[in-house]
Every structure is written in structure tokens, then in C-alpha cells.
Write a protein that binds this ligand. Structure first.
Ligand SMILES: *[C@@H]1O[C@H](CO)[C@@H](O)[C@H](O)[C@H]1NC(C)=O
Ligand SMILES: *[C@@H]1O[C@H](CO)[C@@H](O)[C@H](O)[C@H]1NC(C)=O
Ligand SMILES: *[C@@H]1O[C@H](CO)[C@@H](O)[C@H](O)[C@H]1NC(C)=O
Length: 578
């Protein structure tokens, strides 16, 4: 029944969704790097706007610069024609397609809702960070600005390095990690310094993102590199505490890929020198050695990490710990979830498979699919997975009939349990307000992944703000109404830092632990209202399992390294050596 899921996604990506090409000879803007000429394009309502697509914000991270932090882009002479989309080189999880994109990919895209640029206008700036599990995705397929170009704000998006190219870490100073996030920070710096030439207000920058882009937005609140570069944030379906937002054992994974492409692993330095020589596509193919199922599980083999050395780090302490200490950049934050987030990972991972197969494969695949392979002690894997199965499936065998138990499990584990921790802790940590919404509207436009039951899936609310693949040129009346509400909401938030939708007073999340969580319920155009709930997910069950990676991160943090931790480590080292 889900045969078509992958194929349809790939089809959508491959045909490139020939969105209308803009006409050339758009406006020219002078920025410190040089002259940039954009193109004219049409908004959803046929208004002409100016698009500047493919402005370099960093030196191409190729050759010796592969795996290095990004460097600010150089100047150019003449006029840069900004009419090109880039995709960062990545592995698309299906054998027949393999690698896509180029390593020379660090570009920004600026959209101005005007035919004539007025540098004195000071429009609010909405930046969008695309999703794709830190492994794939691009502004081209995920950040169409057509809806917002009917309003008065500038939209900016950027590419950032993905997968092994963006997130390789040797867990030492050779390649500390987080280059993909350092790319994002550099892009934010570029925006702050350059947006005024396009008529944007550098003192009003709102960062938004979906999924891995949402976790990225949240991670910027914890980064020294991004402090002062934005004024509001909106994390749509993803936070820094989600189990997939930080990845484990990056050195072990780097070594596995290195072995696969015949590189030495004798030292970090030698390994990385060799990995720099490997041709890009071959390196990306080497990732396949890390997948245990369908070239898609684990979903995020490479992603953000806590860096060991704070010098130059994007992130040098676990966000959970920083939230507890109140060490968080203090500007307003919104986060959200859809009712059936799990539809997306379930559709993606289990595409074209019979559910009954997972009865047998439960233990082998689920430890990776549920991101607990590294965070639960191996001796406890079976017990934990068996408890989860019992809790979500009762004693029913796994089959299409209880597909929604599967979906619920993924919604809870991948999103809701940690969303709740995030909003409560973030509200306690900052003076600025934290807001939350739950989206349960079922759109009329085609649902992705195809072949799954209808629901409010991961990403559905995102496409009411930005055109993505599969968004039709004309929305149904209901979808269009919802799109207008979302566009108004983000525009108002960018303007005032206080969200609202359809003139409902949107109450912030209260900081105290025992209060219900206030949230805006977005169910359909006529049902948008404030609600509150004690729990977003069955926390008691999840807290009873020994997989509390956020809480455990505390125990292994650097403060404890002195003293008994060192002694234990030495003992373990000696035992291992014997
Ligand atoms: C925009 O123009 C196209 C082609 O001219 C037309 O088909 C479409 O209906 C128009 N859309 C709106 C919202 O006016
Ligand atoms: C690299 O990994 C692929 C996929 O797992 C595997 O088929 C291939 O044999 C590996 N090559 C080497 C040299 O280990
Ligand atoms: C709430 O914030 C205070 C002050 O920063 C801190 O001491 C406390 O640990 C926080 N509580 C939680 C649950 O994070």
C-alpha cells in the first residue's frame, strides 16, 4: 500500500517541479561584495516580486576547505546574475538515485516583495532554514516564497552543508563538528550585514525552520556564534531536545565511512587528509555503510553534536544543561507540532513494506529507527523495545490495522515527549515568552508521503507558509484560508514578536512545572482557539525507560570529568586494554 511513497518523492525531486522561471533583467543591488542582479517572479496572487537566487555567503567549501568551518565569501567584479539554485551534495536514500548536488553550495536566496528595491524601507526579515534530517533538502524544493511575497516582508533562505560534509566530527580539534550549523550562522551574519541593501531591517530578523530546520533554529539560541544575529525564532516541528537533533558517536561513524572508502583510520589527522581526497560522490556513497535498513535507517547518521573544545564551537554544552542553567539567548520563541507527526517517518522508513515484517525485524530495526541504539545500554535494548511494543501495540501483532499505533509511537518518540520538555524548560529559562501550537488540520492538497492514511502529518503546516514540492499552483478554498492565516501569523510575529492567529489571544506557555501547557489549537479555518493540556505525550511511560538522553547528558558532562569519572574511565580503559 505504500509502494509509491519513495518513488513519488523522488519523482517530485527529479522533475524539479518546473516552477515558473522568472524573467531576467530584474533589479540590481549593490552590496559590499559587488553588484547583484536579480530576476522578477510572480507571487501566489500574481504580484511581481524581486528574487536574488544564489548569492555566495561563503567561500566554496571544496578541496582543502572540505570539512573546514566556512569562511566569508570574497568580492567579485562585474555583475553577479543571481538566478541560480544550488543543492548541497547529499545522499538521497534510494539506490537508483544516489548522490545529488554539488559541494560548492553555500549560497543565499533573497526575496523582496517589490519591483523596485528601496534600500530605506526597513522591511521585516523572515529567514527560513530548510529541513531534511540534516542529511538532505534544499531551498529549491522547500522554501518557495510565493505566499509571503503577497505581503510586506523579505524572505531569505540558504543552503548549508549536509550529512558527512556538514557534520563530520573527529571529536577533537582536527574536525570539531557542526560545520553545517556554522554555515547557517555565517549566513545569518551575512544577512545582518547585507539585508539593508535590499530594503530589509537588520534589527528585525526572525528565523524559522521546519524539522531539522526547526531544531537548527532552536540550536541557534544556544550558540555563541549566532547571538545577536536574530530577534525572534519559530521552530516548526523540532527542537534541540528531540532525540534526533543531536547525534552520537560521530568518530565511530566517520571511521566506518573512512574504511568503506579505503581511507586509513590510524589517526584523525590522517583519516581526514585522506577523506579530503576522496571524490565527493564516492564519499557520499560511503554513507551507505551506516544504514541498517533501506538506506534510510538511521535517519540522521550525521548531525549536530556538542563540541569538545569551546573555542570557535557552535555548541559546546548540551542544550538541556543550558536550559536548566538559563543560559539561552533571550528572544521570543515559538514551537509547534502536528497531530500526526509520525505519519511522515513511518511513511518514509516503511515505504513499500508489509507491516507484519516488523514483527520479526522489530528489535533489529527499531533500535535505530527510534534513535536508541547508542543511548540505551546494549544489554537493555531488548527489554526497552519490548516494553515499547507492549505499550503501543498492547498484545496485537503489528499490521496495517494498527498503523496508527505505529504513527503514535513515532510522534511521541521523535517529537512530542521532548517538545514538552523544551517548551517548559525554555519558558522557565528566558524572560521572553514561549508559545506553542498543535496543528490538526487535514489539508486538501496532496499528502506526502503518498499512500499513507490522511492525517496532519509532519510538515503539513510548513507548506502553508512556504511552497514545497507538491504544492499546487492554486489552493482549495479551505487551504487558501489556512495559508492566509499562517502568512498573517508569521508576518505579525516578525513585526511585533507576539504571535496571533485569526485575532485569538495566544497565551504563552507558563514557566512553572505544574501548569498545563497553553497552546493554540489549529484544527480548521473555523476552529482556531486557545486550549491547555497537562501532557503532550505519555511522559510517565517514556520517563520510566532508561533512554533519557537529555537527562543522561547531564551525567556525562564535563563538570563530572574531574574526580571519580576519570577514575572510572581509567579502570574501563585498562579493562578494555586487557
Ligand atoms: C495568475 O495568473 C495566471 C496566469 O495568467 C492565472 O491562471 C491565475 O488564475 C492568476 N492567479 C490569480 C490569483 O489571479
Ligand atoms: C561499502 O559499503 C557498501 C554498503 O554497505 C558495501 O556494499 C561495500 O562492500 C562497502 N565497501 C567496502 C570496501 O567496505
Ligand atoms: C528554572 O530556572 C531556574 C533559574 O534559572 C533554575 O534554577 C531551575 O533549575 C529551572 N527549572 C527547570 C525545571 O529547568
Amino acid at each position: 500500500m505504500m509502494m509509491f511513497v519513495f518513488v513519488s518523492y523522488l519523482f517530485a525531486v527529479l522533475i524539479g517541479l518546473a516552477t515558473c522561471q522568472g524573467s531576467l533583467d530584474g533589479p540590481t543591488v549593490k552590496i559590499p561584495q559587488g553588484l547583484v542582479q536579480g530576476i522578477y517572479k510572480k507571487s501566489y496572487k500574481n504580484k511581481t516580486y524581486s528574487a536574488f537566487e544564489g548569492i555566495p555567503y561563503a567561500v566554496p567549501p571544496v578541496g582543502d576547505l572540505r570539512f573546514k568551518p566556512p569562511q566569508a565569501a570574497a568580492k567579485w567584479t562585474g555583475v553577479l546574475k543571481a538566478n541560480k539554485h544550488y543543492e548541497c551534495l547529499h545522499f538521497l536514500p534510494l539506490v537508483i538515485v544516489g548522490p545529488r548536488g554539488t559541494e560548492d553550495c553555500l549560497y543565499a536566496y533573497v526575496y523582496v516583495p517589490r519591483e523596485t528595491i528601496n534600500p530605506n524601507e526597513l522591511l521585516d526579515v523572515i529567514v527560513h532554514i530548510h529541513g531534511g534530517a540534516f542529511m538532505m533538502g534544499s531551498p529549491k524544493f522547500m522554501v518557495g516564497p510565493e505566499f509571503l511575497m503577497d505581503r510586506d516582508a523579505i524572505v531569505v533562505s540558504m543552503n548549508y552543508r549536509l550529512g558527512i560534509l556538514g557534520f563530520l566530527s573527529t571529536e577533537d580539534d582536527v574536525v570539531p563538528g557542526n560545520n553545517g550549523l556554522k554555515d547557517q550562522s555565517l549566513a545569518l551574519e551575512w544577512i545582518k550585514h547585507n539585508i539593508k541593501y535590499f530594503g530589509g531591517n537588520p534589527a528585525s530578523i526572525t528565523i524559522t525552520g521546519l524539522s531539522a530546520g526547526a531544531a537548527s533554529v532552536h540550536l541557534h539560541y544556544f550558540s555563541q556564534l549566532s547571538k545577536g544575529l536574530f530577534h525572534r525564532g519559530f521552530s516548526q516541528s523540532g527542537t534541540a531536545l528531540n532525540c534526533w537533533a543531536l547525534t552520537e558517536n560521530p568518530l565511530e561513524k566517520a571511521k566506518a565511512v573512512a574504511k568503506n572508502v579505503s581511507c586509513t583510520t590510524s589517526s584523525s589527522k590522517k583519516m581526514v587528509e585522506c577523506l579530503r581526497q576522496v571524490e565527493g560522490n564516492a564519499l557520499i556513497q560511503g554513507l551507505r555503510t551506516l544504514f541498517v535498513y533501506m538506506d534510510a535507517v538511521p535517519i540522521t547518521p550525521f548531525g549536530p553534536i556538542v563540541e569538545k573544545n569551546p573555542n570557535g564551537a557552535f555548541l559546546s554544552e548540551h542544550p538541556y544543561k543550558m536550559l536548566q542553567k538559563g543560559d539561552v539567548y533571550d528572544v521570543p520563541w515559538i514551537t509547534s507540532n502536528t497531530k500526526d507527526e509520525g505519519l511522515f517517518p513511518v511513511g518514509l522508513i516503511f515505504a513499500g513494506k508489509k507491516f507484519s515484517e516488523f514483527e520479526e525485524k522489530w528489535y533489529d530495526i527499531m533500535q535505530y529507527a527510534l534513535e536508541m541504539h547508542y543511548t540505551v545500554k546494549p544489554s537493555l535494548h531488548r527489554e526497552v523495545l519490548s516494553n515499547i511494543k507492549k505499550y503501543y501495540f498492547k498484545d496485537q501483532p503489528i499490521s496495517e490495522d494498527n498503523m496508527f499505533s505505529f504513527v503514535k509511537l513515532f510522534s511521541d518518540r521523535m517529537f512530542l515527549v521532548d517538545a514538552e520538555k523544551s517548551v517548559r524548560m525554555h519558558a522557565n529559562a528566558t524572560q521572553s515568552e514561549v508559545y506553542y501550537y498543535l496543528f490538526s488540520y487535514i489539508e486538501d492538497m496532496p499528502h506526502f508521503p503518498f499512500g499513507m492514511p490522511k492525517g496532519a502529518s509532519h510538515g503539513d503546516d510548513g507548506r502553508l507558509m512556504f511552497k514545497m514540492f507538491l504544492t499546487p499552483p492554486k489552493l482549495s478554498d479551505n487551504d487558501e484560508q489556512m495559508m492566509e492565516y499562517f502568512a498573517d501569523f508569521i508576518i505579525n510575529f516578525a513585526r511585533k514578536g507576539i504571535p496571533s492567529m485569526k485575532s485569538v489571544e495566544w497565551l504563552p506557555v507558563k514557566p512553572d512545572k505544574d501548569s498545563n501547557i497553553n497552546y493554540l489549537q489549529i484544527a480548521d479555518p473555523d476552529t482556531i482557539s486557545m486550549k491547555s493540556v497537562a501532557r503532550l505525550a505519555p511522559d510517565d511511560f517514556w520517563d520510566s525507560l532508561p533512554i533519557r538522553e537529555n537527562e543522561n547528558a547531564m551525567a556525562s558532562s564535563s563538570d563530572m570529568v574531574q574526580g571519580k569519572f576519570v577514575i572510572i574511565s581509567i579502570v574501563l580503559f585498562v579493562i578494555n586494554a586487557i
